[in-house]
Design a protein around this ligand. Structure first.
Ligand code: MN
Length: 499
């Protein structure tokens, strides 16, 4: 169900007519060549569309307004090839509402030492023009991304590609709709929040439905549909009976198949892309949705446990941002559970009661059934696996009462030293940057939740840029973090974001 539009990004080059037609012809040719090279590079996930050189207030304003209206345009990339007087851009920028990348580049890589004259200098002066342009952005107080470097370099192209995914997150954020079929868990604070403010800031729609309405959709699923899906489960996953009765095991798996089909139909019918559940509010559902929710997350739905709609929306957002990525390693809802404090082997064991997305699995996936220590239903079927190794990003969006804060922590996923045969849930194990002690201290000082939206396929830069476009506070916990500096940053931010 996760399919983004065929988004495009417009490439707009700035100049002016001070240096004559020949200069403008060169400007247009150069920017065309850059666009062609970017599209041919294979480093950009979306197409770049060349636009005629912008040299007058009228054309600039018209172009940005067309970008606003064009449904396929997810952002504009701008570059001042020559000196483009920044006052010409004021009205257009003020009326522009989509993400903007200021690509600070230059057509020639090297100074042409033997031939350079003043004509060349006047024509190729992004170092001048882009500063003038940047100034007006800063003066207007507008959010934009600046990427500096030579346009043909792979590293620069990859940064542009990475920003494109952030831009898609910005554009698509306002289409995220979260279905709550249960309220927040009693007495829990960090998963609460202001849903109206979330819609104002992020565009998210967060609505409640009685659990028995979705349970009714589950009850309506035909036995034939359930049987087909159970067959798929049995062919795809290892069945880990562990002494349980084979027939009863299959019946419990079939309950999850019914939940997967019924939930997906209900979500599709009502146009929601994320969902929250609560183990204590299951209505007529026979099991806590486990395997079913895991499969829905893998299909691209957002999820948060115990009514955590903020994390559900973040998981959906991060699924959108990583959609179609080659060699993606996965994105999931996650919860911090327990520590390993052995020196040199420190880390946090990540899991949930059941609901971890199999997109992050490393190797074979099995199905297990076990009683839950909480709740009062049948022993639910769940997918079990361990997660891949490698770097990732864990995020927590919290509501501080007067503002949202996004906490972004770089983490390194590892294998646990030994298997955990008695643990009947999917797990990951990671060490936060800069290390467990400072990482956990900073996370707690920032007020981060026990729930996270986690991805191997996004970077702290992408998530922080998304937060910046949304106009919310973001704090990073990474190898540059020290507690003394971090505490100051939180204090300064509390003043900067004061309403
Ligand atoms: Mn939880």
């Amino acid at each position: 169900m996760l399919k983004n539009k065929k988004y495009q990004f417009w490439f707009c080059t700035g100049s002016q007519d001070l240096y004559g037609d020949e200069c403008l012809a060169n400007v247009a040719e150069h920017s065309r060549k850059i666009v062609e090279a970017l599209n041919a590079s294979g480093n950009l996930p979306f197409e770049v569309v060349w636009k005629p050189t912008l040299i007058t207030n009228e054309l600039i304003r018209k172009t940005f307004n067309e970008a606003n209206i064009d449904e396929n345009c997810a952002g504009v990339i701008t570059w001042m090839h020559t000196f483009s007087p920044a006052k010409s851009w004021i009205l257009g920028l003020q009326e522009y509402r989509k993400p903007l990348l200021h690509l600070h580049t230059q057509f020639n890589r090297e100074i042409p030492y033997d031939t350079i004259d003043m004509d060349f200098m006047n024509e190729n002066q992004a170092a001048h023009g882009d500063r003038e342009y940047g100034h007006i952005f800063s003066r207007l107080g507008m959010e934009r991304k600046v990427i500096m470097g030579y346009w043909a370099d792979e590293a620069v192209q990859k940064r542009i590609g990475s920003w494109m995914r952030t831009a898609i997150g910005v554009i698509e954020s306002s289409h995220i709709r979260v279905m709550r079929i249960a309220d927040n868990m009693r007495n829990v604070a960090v998963t609460e929040g202001d849903k109206v403010e979330a819609q104002i800031k992020f565009g998210w729609e967060v609505d409640a439905y009685p659990v028995n309405e979705i349970a009714e959709a589950v009850a309506c699923v035909s036995q034939a549909d359930i049987d087909t899906l159970v067959e798929e489960y049995y062919s795809k996953y290892d069945i880990l009976l562990e002494g349980r009765d084979e027939k009863e095991f299959r019946q419990h798996v079939a309950v999850q198949a019914g939940i997967e089909i019924g939930f997906e139909r209900f979500l599709e019918e009502k146009n929601y892309q994320a969902i929250v559940t609560h183990f204590g509010d299951l209505g007529s559902l026979k099991q806590l949705p486990g395997l079913a929710i895991q499969r829905l997350m893998e299909k691209g739905y957002g999820f948060g446990g115990e009514g955590d709609w903020k994390t559900a929306a973040m998981v959906r957002l991060m699924k959108i941002m990583t959609e179609g990525m080659e060699d993606a390693k996965g994105t999931s809802f996650m919860e911090d559970y327990t520590y390993n404090l052995v020196p040199g082997k420190e880390g946090i064991l990540q899991a949930h009661m059941l609901e971890v997305c199999p997109s992050i699995a490393d190797g074979r996936i099995g199905i297990k059934e076990q009683p839950l220590s909480m709740g009062d239903r049948e022993d639910p079927a769940r997918l079990v696996f361990t997660a891949k190794e490698g770097p990732g990003v864990a995020t927590s969006l919290i509501d501080l009462g007067d503002r949202f804060r996004l906490i972004i922590n770089n983490v390194n996923c590892k294998k646990t030293e030994k298997p955990m045969p008695k643990l009947p849930v999917a797990t990951a194990f990671w060490t936060p940057e800069p290390n467990l002690q400072t990482g956990a201290e900073a996370w707690i000082l920032a007020g981060g939740a026990h729930h996270t939206a986690f991805s191997y396929d996004l970077t702290a830069e992408q998530m922080g840029d998304w937060a910046a476009y949304m106009g919310i506070e973001a704090v990073y916990i990474d190898n540059d973090t020290t507690i003394r500096q971090f505490k100051n940053e939180l204090m300064w931010n509390s003043l900067a974001y004061r309403k």
